[in-house]
Ligand binder design. Structure first.
Ligand code: CMP
Length: 413
């Protein structure tokens, strides 16, 4: 049977009208080039970008090997120029879409482009495409110069756009107080150990421990548990200090690891929260909730991205979550053989949670789809706190159940 397209379920919007304007080409390209954009298309752009970068780096690194034959070198040069021209196109595109950057939204397009061009991202992007201009000027890339300079610039270029860079900066900024405490502890231990080792060892090893900086080098190597073995304490006192320092080093490193790991986990939770906020606006069911209620539910939702033709829930499986469609479309294959399509703003997977029964149908994506997932325990808690939401979900589940029964009855006739 031909699947029937069904719009979002009839959920009241309580008088609100939702108006959306189609994004311009420039805005769409800006979104595609944003490293933090979660859509599948943007992800594909990132993968292609990274593949181009990997090929370019491979060629640049290989070119620095002196033993290569002339023909191989020629091929490598062609690869480097090709990669550089791709980066040049990317640079010009980023320059063109710069007015879409939120922090330049008060500027005219020209000023926004100028500001982007002189930002660190813009300058590194420009330096990374310099070989293209050199090539145009008749300059032939040789081995070592290209390898040493462009490896650094290309990696920096990608690193500056990658969310990992901004995440690290945010984590360091958020956790600056505990990081400073650990560093101060590190400095205290270092100074005590270096001074003590200097006192114990300076007579026996004046070259290594005769000065405080020399003793500090040994303390740093020991405290960080690196242990080159170039400087070793020989006296009983020096060895005792060394042992204590090694044990303290493990504790200090563990402390720093803990601070950074917690910071990264918190930052990831915060980002997921913001991602969900962006998506939630597209689900009419949430549009009528107040900010406080909404922020409560946003904390419980998780975003999931599915390519086309992926089964999200399978008939007969146990249900542990329900889903809201923030973008894309799914097809529900009903028990009687028919099917229904659900689009942006609709939800599914609620029946198994409400009836505490296995999944009543198989649901698969028909195109790239973003879902907001609400796990069962959070669903029951939310339903008890937000009766308006529970009622809308229950009414829709009831309507679906009746529709399925009718269809089954019609099938039997
Ligand atoms: P659940 O039973 O948990 O898993 C399958 C889901 O398909 C089900 O919840 C509903 O959300 C959805 N579903 C079942 N029947 C229909 C229907 N007739 N129309 C739309 N969606 C349906």
């Amino acid at each position: 049977m031909e699947p029937r397209a069904v719009p979002s379920p009839p959920i009241p919007l309580y008088g609100r009208s939702v108006t959306t304007t189609a994004p311009t080409l420039r805005a769409r390209i800006y979104a595609l080039l944003r490293y933090s954009d979660p859509t599948p298309a943007a992800r594909q752009v990132r993968v292609v970008h990274l593949i181009v970068l990997a090929i370019g780096l491979f060629a640049v690194i290989l070119l620095s090997v002196d033993e290569l034959e002339g023909q191989v070198r020629q091929i490598l040069r062609v690869i480097i120029w090709t990669v550089t021209f791709i980066f040049l196109v990317e640079y010009l595109t980023r320059l063109w879409v710069a007015p879409e950057t939120p922090r330049y939204d008060q500027d005219s397009p020209t000023r926004a482009r100028l500001r982007w061009a002189v930002s660190i991202q813009g300058l590194i992007g420009l330096l990374a495409v310099l070989p293209a201009f050199m090539f145009a000027g008749g300059y032939a890339i040789t081995g070592a110069d290209a390898a040493s300079v462009f490896c650094v610039l290309w990696i920096l270029k990608v690193g500056l756009h990658a969310p990992a860079f901004s995440t690290l900066a945010r984590v360091v900024s958020n956790e600056r107080a505990p990081i400073a405490s650990v560093l101060i502890l590190f400095a205290i231990l270092l100074m005590i150990a270096a001074t003590a080792a200097h006192m114990f060892e300076r007579v026996k090893q004046p070259e290594q421990f005769g000065s405080l900086p020399g003793a500090m080098w040994w303390a740093v190597v020991t405290l960080t548990t690196t242990g080159y073995g170039d400087v070793v304490p020989l006296t009983l006192g020096g060895r005792l200090i060394g042992s204590l320092l090694m044990i303290s080093g493990i504790a200090v490193l563990a402390l720093m690891t803990g601070v950074l790991a917690t910071g990264f986990a918190q930052e990831e939770r915060r980002r997921e929260y913001l991602r969900v906020w962006e998506q939630v606006a597209r689900v009419p069911l949430f549009a009528s909730l107040g900010v406080v209620t909404l922020s409560e539910i946003v904390g419980k939702l998780r975003t999931r991205y599915y390519p086309p033709r992926i089964t999200v829930v399978r008939r007969g499986d146990a249900g542990d979550s329900m889903f809201f469609i923030s973008s894309g479309e799914v097809e529900v294959r009903l028990p009687n053989g028919g099917s229904v399509r659900l689009g942006e703003g609709a939800f599914f997977g609620e029946m198994a949670l409400l009836e505490r029964q296995p999944r009543s149908a198989t649901v698969s994506t028909t195109r790239p789809t973003t879902l907001l997932v609400l796990y069962a325990s959070d669903f029951y808690e939310t339903a008890s706190h937000i009766p308006k939401l529970a009622e809308a979900v229950e009414n829709e589940a009831k309507r679906r159940r009746e529709e399925n029964l009718e269809r089954q009855a019609a099938g039997r006739r």
